[in-house]
Design a binder for this molecule. Structure first.
Ligand SMILES: [Zn+2]
Length: 397
């Protein structure tokens, strides 16, 4: 049974211990000590890391009563010095304690329990038993949790007797039957938990909700505590300030500014599309006038649009051209990946789908459609050759 020093003092990051065993495991070594400050993954809190006897501690896990340290190399000495990655652990304590407070706040403010939690490398989540959450409800919980933080209430952990346990209102059901450890936030929350926590609510600093979304009939809330919340505020504040400077507005005016820009953009794209279509229709008239006539007076228009053009422009050209009953249009557009569109007027016979398939096939292209119009694609380097092959087939027939 390993003595867990992190329960006696969660701020003890440096210790000495006797090495009880060291065995090869996977790519590393599993080490058991008589006592440890390393917190093993559990209760939603991620594993501690650090060094032990000069080796790197990659992960720590529980095996019944023992704590096993997974190292990148073997330990030979009988005694080893352990150094827990303090910043990482302090961060986990802030996130974990903040999660207790936030779950208790959601319960107190809007009556919604938490069913699961996760402390990730970047952010944390809780799942609430409700399908939706309004901004007002989220604000209520966020206001309450931050008020409790500012009140700097004491937090302590204890192991109640079974009699005492019956008198307690626990926020969630314990996962073990005996030696239940309760984390108490004075006057606010009692929760069974095996993690490490801050000694008072003020140490959490702040809890900030980032976003929430519907998740399997529940609401998944993503949040950040302590330094993570500060870091998040910092980058967002910088981004908003830089953008506000770029657009010469106050930061509070940025959202309205961006929405207005987005609307302008949509309108500009529509106007550009209309102008391009006008130009293409104009171009279609010129192409038709210059087109050679085949047998029966059929006008053959073969045209390639350059880079930056695609199937949409070919469709506009085709639509304008095939108003003429005796026309066949063989169109190509684009650069590396190119598009093809073949279309004909109502008074001529060639099957465009058959023609397109037969023309792109030898060049590894694909396509299909109906007798009147077909579209496809081929590698840009073969586009001219495909158009020439189709033209030859039409002229030959
Ligand atoms: Zn906890």
């Amino acid at each position: 049974m390993t003595v867990r020093l992190y329960y006696q003092d969660p701020f003890l990051f440096h210790f000495k211990a006797r090495v009880l065993s060291c065995r090869a495991e996977g790519a590393g070594y599993a080490v058991e000590l008589d006592r440890t400050c390393f917190y093993p993954e559990g209760g939603g809190q991620p594993t501690d890391q650090g060094t032990l006897g000069g080796r790197r501690v990659l992960a720590v896990r529980e095996e019944k009563e023992r704590v096993l340290h997974l190292l990148d190399g073997p330990l030979e000495a009988e005694e080893a010095e352990g150094l827990v990655d303090e910043a990482r652990r302090r961060d986990h304590m802030e996130q974990h304690t903040g999660q207790h407070l936030l779950s208790a706040a959601f319960l107190a403010a809007i009556g919604t329990p938490t069913v699961s939690m996760r402390i990730g490398e970047l952010d944390c989540t809780i799942d609430l038993t409700r399908p939706a959450l309004s901004e007002e409800e989220a604000d209520q919980a966020e206001d309450l949790v931050n008020r409790v933080i500012r009140e700097d209430r004491p937090i302590h952990c204890f192991y109640p007797s079974l009699d005492e346990l019956e008198t307690l209102t626990l926020r969630k059901t314990p996962q073990v039957d005996e030696n239940i450890r309760v984390v108490r936030v004075e006057g606010f929350d009692n929760s069974p938990c095996c993690g490490t926590h801050c000694p008072s609510t003020g140490r959490v600093g702040m809890v900030k909700l980032r976003r929430w979304e519907h998740y399997k009939g529940m609401t998944r809330v993503t949040f950040l505590c302590g330094n993570r919340a500060l870091a998040d505020y910092r980058w967002k504040n910088r981004a908003v300030n830089r953008l506000a400077e770029t657009f010469s507005v106050r930061d509070q005016g940025m959202e309205a500014k961006v929405r207005a820009l987005a609307d302008d953009h949509v309108e500009a794209v529509r106007a550009l599309r209309r102008s391009r279509a006008d130009l293409l229709r104009h171009e279609a008239r010129g192409l038709l006038e210059a087109a050679p006539r085949l047998a029966g007076g059929l006008a053959l228009v073969v045209h390639r649009l350059g880079d930056g053009h695609g199937i949409e422009e070919l469709k506009v050209l085709a639509e304008a051209l095939v108003k003429e009953p005796a026309v066949v249009f063989l169109g190509g557009a684009g650069g590396e990946r190119s598009s093809l569109l073949f279309a004909r007027g109502a008074a001529v016979a060639p099957d465009m789908s058959v023609l397109l398939k037969a023309s792109v096939g030898p060049f590894g292209g694909k396509g299909g459609g109906n007798p009147v119009q077909a579209q496809g694609g081929v590698a840009g380097e073969h586009l001219d050759a495909v158009l020439a092959a189709a033209r030859a087939k039409l002229q030959g027939g």
